[in-house]
Design a protein around this ligand. Sequence first.
Ligand code: CU
Length: 176
Amino acid sequence: MSSLASPEKVWWKPLCRDERLWVAVALAWSLFMFFGMLGWGAIGNQHLPVETYRVNIGEFRQLTNDFNQKYTVGTQNGVPVVRPPEGGDVYLLASAWKWSSILELKEGVAYRIHLSSADFQHGFSLQPTNLNFQILPEYDYVVTLTPDKAGEYQVVCNEFCGPGHNLMVGKIIVTE
Ligand SMILES: [Cu+2]
């Protein structure tokens, strides 16, 4: 004699109406999201105007030094202020824990901004606009940027990169 009833052999029940509805809604939504992800590539101008190239760290450092030497117009707190030619290439090197220059750009002019890192992964966050880019060593990340409003913009590293990370603030000055 057993005091325990054995469990039912078939314990699962067919889905009830509400469960079927819930599964159908979840499935439809996941499919919508899936194809939506593919769709954003074509609709809505979602892609940032960027190109990426492999680059040697020493080579990029050289390009940055040449660029700074050629176009420096002053210094602020020991950081060179660099005014590139209108529409030209701009080189900005991130390293622990500073930016290679303060850029002085002109409103309404498109620049090709080359970003790279001399050591760790850094982030380029342009405040107060909501532009965020990853900066990786050995990659030249080229952003085509047209400043649309004069003023001073802060460049904040938004990837934790070590003890000096919180001090890694740069600047872009946009002139009229
Ligand atoms: Cu950082």
